[in-house]
Ligand binder design. Structure first.
Ligand SMILES: [Zn+2]
Ligand SMILES: [Zn+2]
Length: 167
């Protein structure tokens, strides 16, 4: 769904969308959306900036950093963002965004794709590393046995993850 400057002229625009798994490409290996993602909120134009706020609810599946099994990660977040036309930054200025304005995004060709806004918010909400449970024992790097399910029988390499995980 595009939010265009044209339709924001003079009035704000409300949205209430549901995106299926196929709709958004997260471009991140191991990351999957489970079921539909819903986003609702509103957008308005302030001079040439698009102010957009709303709420995203989704269920994501990530990969446990230790055992590589899928882990479900619930997303329920509010956002309040400002997008500027990309033409407002001149070449070479890109890395000199003033302090406190790191949260500002940019739109181009007079429109903003809601899916892109949502995708960015979801990616930002994910932890750097997800683990399926705090006492996940991971897998044996030598034989690949998932140590949550069974004990490693390969004798094991000298690896703290194999068998004796200290937290
Ligand atoms: Zn795990
Ligand atoms: Zn092993």
């Amino acid at each position: 769904m595009f939010i265009t400057v044209e339709e924001l002229q003079g009035h704000s625009v409300k949205f209430d969308e549901s995106f299926t798994q196929e709709h958004i490409d997260y471009l991140m290996e191991g990351l999957k959306q489970v079921g539909p993602l819903t986003v609702r909120g509103s957008a308005r134009l302030v001079v040439e900036e698009i102010e957009i706020r709303g709420r995203v609810v989704a269920s994501m599946e990530v990969i446990c950093a230790r055992c590589l099994e899928p882990v479900e990660h619930a997303v329920d977040l509010n956002f309040d963002l400002v997008y500027r036309p990309i033409t407002s930054i001149t070449r070479g200025d890109e890395f000199q965004v003033p302090r406190g304005e790191e949260e500002i995004g940019f739109y181009r060709e007079g429109r903003l794709l809601l899916e892109d806004v949502v995708k960015e918010q979801v990616l930002l909400s994910l932890p750097m590393k997800s683990i399926c449970r705090t006492d996940c024992r991971g897998f044996c790097p030598a034989c690949g046995t998932n140590l949550n399910r069974e004990a490693c029988r390969c004798g094991g390499p000298i690896d703290p993850r194999c068998g004796k995980l200290k937290l």
